[in-house]
Write a protein that binds this ligand. Structure first.
Ligand SMILES: Nc1ncnc2c1ncn2[C@@H]1O[C@H](COP(=O)(O)OP(=O)(O)OP(=O)(O)O)[C@@H](O)[C@H]1O
Length: 240
C-alpha cells in the first residue's frame, strides 16, 4: 500500500474541516484533490507534513507518517505550495539546481553535473531559454514552471502539489497534467494534485477525491465522474 488514510480528522481549533476521511492508494497513482474554496484541500496536505494536529492515521508504505522524522530529506515526500515567494534576485538555474539538496551535505556546492541535470530538466519543460534570467522577473506562470522543474529534481516517491497549474496558460496546463501522468506511469510516483481545473483531468488516468462531498472517496477518473463532480461543485456548497 503506497498511502493509506484512516479516519483522519483535522482542522483548526474546535472546527474539524476533514471528518473521518479514509482512502487507500495501493499502487502508484495520480489523485486529483478537488473541492470548493476552504473545503480543506491544503489542510489535508498540512496533515501529510505534520504541520497541524490530527487524529486518525496517515500510513505511507505501511509506516505511520508521524513516526517518519524526515520525510522530505529522505525522498519520501515533496511538496509544492500554492504560493512560493522569492524576494531576492536569483538566477532560474540556481533555484532549480537546489532541487538536488538531498544529494548534498550542508556546505557542498552544486557541481557541473548538477547544473547539467537542472538545465536538462528546464529544457524538458521548454524553459531552457529562461535559465540565466532573474527568477523574480518571470511571469507568474513561468515561475510556476520553474518550481515544477525544481520539484522534478527532488525525485520524491510521493508528490503533493497545491494548484500547480493555477497561473498557467491553456497550453502549459495541458502539458503539466500530461507530465504528472508521466511521473506516475514512467517513474512510479504517486501524485496528489489539488486543482480546480476539472476539465483537464479528462485525459488522465487516476482518481478524484472531492473534499466538498459529505463522505469523500476515491473515484476513478472518467468522463462521467469528472462531469458529476463539476456539476456537484457548480451547484454550490453543501450545508453543514
Ligand atoms: N491556520 C489556520 N487557522 C484557522 N483557520 C485556518 C487556518 N488555515 C486555514 N484555515 C481555514 O481552514 C479552511 C480550509 O482551508 P484550506 O486552505 O485547507 O482550504 P482549501 O480547500 O485548500 O481552499 P482553496 O481552494 O481556497 O485553496 C479555510 O476556511 C481557512 O480559512
Amino acid at each position: 500500500m503506497i498511502v493509506e488514510v484512516k479516519n483522519l480528522v483535522a482542522g483548526y481549533g474546535h472546527r474539524p474541516l476533514i471528518r473521518n476521511l479514509s482512502f487507500s492508494v495501493p499502487t502508484p497513482a495520480f489523485v486529483a484533490i478537488v473541492g470548493h474554496n476552504g473545503a480543506g484541500k491544503t489542510t489535508l496536505f498540512k496533515a501529510f507534513q505534520h504541520k497541524i494536529d490530527y487524529t486518525g492515521e496517515i500510513l505511507v508504505q505501511q509506516q505511520d507518517l508521524r513516526s517518519i522524522r524526515h520525510a522530505a530529506s529522505s525522498g519520501l515526500l515533496s511538496y509544492l505550495p500554492q504560493k512560493n515567494i522569492v524576494s531576492f534576485s536569483i538566477k532560474v538555474i540556481d533555484l532549480v539546481v537546489m532541487g538536488l539538496f538531498r544529494k548534498k551535505s550542508f556546505f557542498d556546492n552544486y557541481n557541473s553535473e548538477d547544473y547539467a541535470r537542472a538545465a536538462a530538466t528546464l529544457a524538458q519543460l521548454e524553459m531552457a531559454h529562461l535559465q540565466e534570467q532573474d527568477f523574480t522577473t518571470l511571469s507568474g506562470g513561468e515561475q510556476q514552471m520553474v518550481w515544477l522543474a525544481q520539484l522534478m529534481l527532488q525525485d520524491a516517491t510521493i508528490i503533493l502539489l497545491d494548484e500547480p497549474t493555477q497561473q498557467l496558460d491553456v497550453y502549459y496546463k495541458k502539458r503539466v497534467f500530461n507530465l504528472l501522468q508521466q511521473w506516475v506511469q514512467v517513474q512510479s510516483k504517486t501524485v496528489f494534485c489539488i486543482t480546480h481545473d476539472l476539465h483537464n483531468l479528462l485525459s488522465l488516468q487516476g482518481f478524484l477525491l472531492n473534499l466538498s462531498k459529505p463522505n469523500p472517496v476515491l473515484e476513478p477518473i472518467s468522463p462521467e465522474t469528472v462531469q458529476q463532480n463539476q456539476d456537484f461543485l457548480e451547484a454550490g456548497r453543501p450545508r453543514l
